[in-house]
Ligand binder design. Structure first.
Ligand code: ADP
Ligand code: MG
Ligand code: ZN
Length: 480
């Protein structure tokens, strides 16, 4: 490491929109995308005199996130007022947690290029989202307060990330975790998961961190990577040319692929934090902890390890199958039917994932059930149909929704395994291709594939390829 001229230091602040039914301090529905300002009340509009009441479910979801990331859950935490003026924040302060956050001292283990590394989580706290400014209505701007008061969990890492790929891997892991926990949909594009990146560089081997800058508005993994790489280069150029790095906040401009300076970064003291007088401290007792734990699903890393051990899958296969909980559940339901983990894995990875990617749908939207796929696998494994036909039947099942057995019997797709029938085809192919037969016998073994292909065509694709192979070899090698 210290061979490098500069060391990069990165810390992330990630906001996850919690998918509670109602908002954090009122009972307005917590949904975004409805008609503007239809989901509001005096509390989330910040009208004077309106009093906040904490949504218990938001605390529960944040605690579960803390537990999943190995945090200490604070028995007592406290909301504070973070004062600032901005049109999307009518109270002129945001209710957030400050020096007494709900969760502290967690970690995430990431893997990049085969190396594992632990990234510390400083804290996770709860806060309310602000309204959303909508620009460009006849040159005017509007504010939609539907988003105001949606609960956010803010996850703050220690400055222990050392590169753009590590930052992306951390985020990918976090996104996977919130989705497994079913507390946030994890969509960066829609802003349900928002990532601010803090970056500094220092001479290789140094113990003193450099001045950091902040990037906001990174709404895809690609943007996070590009923004960080851009900023590292910018800071290197500044240092190399003898200039100073100043604490700034920048925005990533996705279309121009560059950073825009937004403002000098505010200091903590600018916010004049003080305890929120309208809310009592948040008390989390052991019953609450147990309630949160009770809903804890098997987490991605555990699931992956179990898939490797129980189903004898490779690291790669188990990783792919557990990216999404829904896909892992589908796979396990399929194995339950087929009792064949390896074959089931191949079907999910090749055909089903292929289909999901092509149609850009989630496994939850896939129309064929594990039972239907198991029936198809069984037909192929028992040799009733051959592999190419199985694939064709899969395509037809997708478009028609009918069962494999129905399709196979209606279209007469059963594999031809009768040696007599196959021999007739083989003899015909040999008779029709005397020249190739001669070349084969004179030391051109690769022509075998050509013969099998010809016979397969004659069978309408239904011949048993293994038997064809055997019969051809017998007839071509020792002609009678
Ligand atoms: P602030 O309140 O100013 O946002 P925090 O202490 O909350 O400061 O830190 C914000 C983020 O900045 C954290 O994710 C932390 O890891 C990161 N950070 C702190 N120091 C540095 C540094 N020198 N370089 C890069 N990131 C840093
Ligand atoms: Mg901060
Ligand atoms: Zn409200």
């Amino acid at each position: 490491m210290s061979a490098e001229k500069y060391e990069v230091v990165i810390g992330l602040e990630v906001h996850a929109q919690l998918n509670t039914k109602s908002k954090i301090f009122c009972d307005c529905r917590a949904e975004f995308g409805e008609r503007p300002n239809t989901l509001t009340c005096p509390v989330c509009l910040g009208l004077p005199g309106a009093l906040p009441v904490l949504n218990r479910d938001a605390v529960l979801k944040c605690v579960r996130l803390g537990q999943a990331l190995g945090c200490d859950i604070s028995p007592v935490s406290e909301f504070a007022r973070k004062n600032y003026f901005y049109p999307d924040c009518p109270k002129n302060y945001q209710i957030s947690m400050y020096d007494r956050p709900l969760c502290k001292n967690g970690s995430v283990v990431i893997e990049t290029d085969g190396n594992t590394k632990k990234i510390g989580i400083e804290r996770i706290h709860l806060e309310e989202d602000a309204g959303k400014l909508v620009h460009g209505i006849d040159g005017h701007s509007g504010i939609d307060f539907n988003r105001s008061g949606i609960p956010l969990a803010e996850i703050v890492t220690r400055p222990e990330i050392s590169s753009a790929p590590e930052a992306v891997e951390f985020l990918r892991h976090l996104r996977q975790t919130v989705r497994y926990l079913d507390i946030c949909d994890g969509d960066l594009e829609k802003g349900s998961l928002r990532c601010d990146v803090n970056i500094s560089i220092m001479p290789g081997g140094s113990k003193t961190h450099g001045t950091r800058t902040e990037i906001k508005n990174l709404n895809s993994f690609r943007a996070v990577k590009a923004g960080i790489e851009f900023e590292i280069e910018r800071q290197k150029d500044l240092i190399e040319s003898g200039r100073k790095i100043t604490k700034v906040t920048q925005l990533w401009d996705e279309s121009e692929k560059r950073l825009i300076q937004m403002r000098g970064k505010e200091e903590t003291s600018d916010y004049r934090y003080f305890p929120e007088p309208d809310l009592p401290p948040v008390m989390v007792d052991e019953f609450f902890i147990r309630e949160a734990e009770a809903e804890m699903p098997e987490l991605p890393d555990e699931k992956k390890r179990r898939f490797i051990e129980d189903y004898l899958l490779s690291e790669y296969e188990a990783g792919v199958l557990t990216v999404e909980k829904g896909l892992a559940d589908y796979y396990e339901a399929l194995v339950e039917e087929t009792r064949d983990p390896k074959t089931s894995c191949h079907w999910v990875m090749r055909e089903i994932l292929g289909e999901l990617n092509e149609s850009a749908i989630a496994i939850e939207e896939f129309s064929l059930t594990p039972v239907m796929i198991a029936e198809l696998i069984s037909l192929a494994e028992r040799g009733v149909i051959n592999a190419p036909v199985a694939r064709e039947v899969f395509l037809e099942m997708k478009s028609s929704g009918r069962s494999a057995t129905e399709i196979v019997s209606e279209r007469n797709l059963e594999q031809i395994s009768s040696p007599d029938e196959l021999e007739v085809m083989v003899d015909q192919v040999i008779a029709d291709n005397q020249e190739e037969v001669e070349r084969f016998r004179n030391g051109n073994p690769r022509l075998l594939g050509f013969f099998i292909g010809e016979a397969m065509n004659k069978s309408g694709g239904k011949a048993n390829p293994r038997l064809l192979n055997e019969i051809f070899l017998k007839k071509l090698q020792d002609p009678d």
